[in-house]
Design a protein around this ligand. Sequence first.
Ligand code: 5GP
Ligand code: ZN
Length: 138
Amino acid sequence: MSDCIFCKIVSKEIPPDIVYENEMVMAFLDNNPISLGHVLIVPKKHYENIYDISEDYLKELIAVAKKISLVYRKVFEISDLNLIHNAGKNGQQVVFHFHLHLIPRKEGDGVDFDNKKFPELREKYDEFIEKIKDSGIV
Ligand code: 5GP
Ligand code: ZN
């Protein structure tokens, strides 16, 4: 997509800080990092998010996330991380080219994804599970 910032990065029209690259996937450092090593793992083909990406690309992205995790652990002794995909406006997706955030974590880093909890939602679980069963998911 011509107006997509990540397509421009993937084509190297905008030069990225590449952590890893193969025929399907590029991983480059986020330009507004939450921690050192915060990397975005991106398909080279344009997909918006989880809803339209092909399973082949998704599998490859997860495999690359695993590869980077292992290398980070070996090289930087980073053994804690968050792997996040934001989808849609309310999911706080800003760039609409699929990406996984791999965010290295360490004790006392000041990052906190521990959000407000809503225990009252458990009252809706029975109905929720019924609807999932009715959907034919299994
Ligand atoms: P999300 O869409 O999941 O909210 O996050 C988009 C991420 O892309 C942000 O963390 C942001 O810092 C990063 N980002 C946006 N534009 C660029 C860019 O031009 N280069 C790089 N390296 N990262 C970018
Ligand atoms: Zn794109």
